[in-house]
Design a protein around this ligand. Structure first.
Ligand code: DGL
Length: 271
């Protein structure tokens, strides 16, 4: 038994979709969340910059006594996980590997679509893990750089002409390619599930990265007898690098519940 919290970070609010899954799968666990809202988005930046930011994010989380860290960000998981693991004694979980495995399990026609940030697509990490699971799958990748800013600005609803237009523009080649499985390779994208699902149609399975890492972490903690005692729901604490009010205004959409816990601001450049 281990009641220490789990540290979770993302470039912004997208990682909260991962926390939502953690709350479902591991309701007794406490979470320290850092959203780098002052520097979001990461997905168009160079690997060097993403790595620098990710190191600072981990250094901040390590100022708390944690039992594990979850990189709730496809971009950092793709670009920097090996390096962060090499530098860190705590176990670090990323979203890419479990999500890639799940997509390969789900596809029936062997054609998988991947949407993610530019940095994630450029890293080739998803392709690598999918081909490790099955060399024969065909992967069609499309970077979707406008999705993160639109999601961070709350433009996620069906009927919103802006998001509907951008979704149709980005996803048309995937529809044409006949993919039967689509990886939402960025933790912001589950907020677009309805719009994306409506465009792709009911026969395309959408794979959400937050859900897969939550199950992987649950198995890991259970095997090591490191689950919390489960006596009460976990206590969370949210940290951001920009406006706390901005976080409060939007976070409940990502979490699927009101945000009642404390929200504090961090000077992330000092880490
Ligand atoms: N949620 C991050 C991801 O999963 C967003 C990337 C960004 O900041 O551009 O990739």
């Amino acid at each position: 038994m281990d009641n220490r919290p789990i540290g979770v970070f993302d470039s912004g609010l997208g990682g909260l979709t991962c926390v939502r899954e953690l709350e479902r799968v591991l309701p007794g666990e406490s979470v320290i969340y850092f959203g780098d809202t002052g520097r979001v988005p990461y997905g168009g930046r160079s690997r060097e910059t993403i790595t620098k930011y990710a190191r600072q994010d981990v250094a901040f989380l390590r100022s708390h006594d944690l039992k594990a860290i979850v990189i709730a960000c496809g971009t950092v998981s793709s670009a920097a996980i090996e390096l962060l693991r090499a530098e860190e004694a705590l176990p670090i979980f990323g979203v890419v590997e479990p999500t890639a495995r799940r997509a390969v399990e789900l596809t029936k026609n062997g054609r998988i679509g991947l949407i993610a940030t530019r940095a994630t697509i450029a890293s080739g990490a998803y392709e690598q893990f999918m081909h490790r699971a099955d060399r024969a799958v065909q992967i069609r990748s499309v970077p979707c750089p406008l999705f993160v800013p639109l999601v961070e600005n709350g433009r996620t609803q069906r009927g919103d002409i802006v998001i509907e237009t951008v979704v149709a523009d980005y996803l048309a080649p995937l529809k044409e390619a006949g993919v039967d499985t689509l990886v939402l390779g960025c933790t912001h994208y589950p907020l677009l599930r309805e719009v994306i699902g409506a465009y792709m149609g009911p026969d395309v399975r959408l794979v959400d990265s937050g859900a897969e890492v939550a199950h992987e972490l649950a198995d890991y903690l259970a095997r090591r007898d490191q689950l919390s005692d489960g006596g009460a729901p976990g206590h969370h604490h949210w940290f951001v690098s920009d406006s706390q009010q901005g976080f409060r205004d939007l976070a409940s959409h990502f979490l699927g519940r009101p945000v009642t816990e404390p929200v504090d601001k961090v000077d992330i450049e000092s880490y």
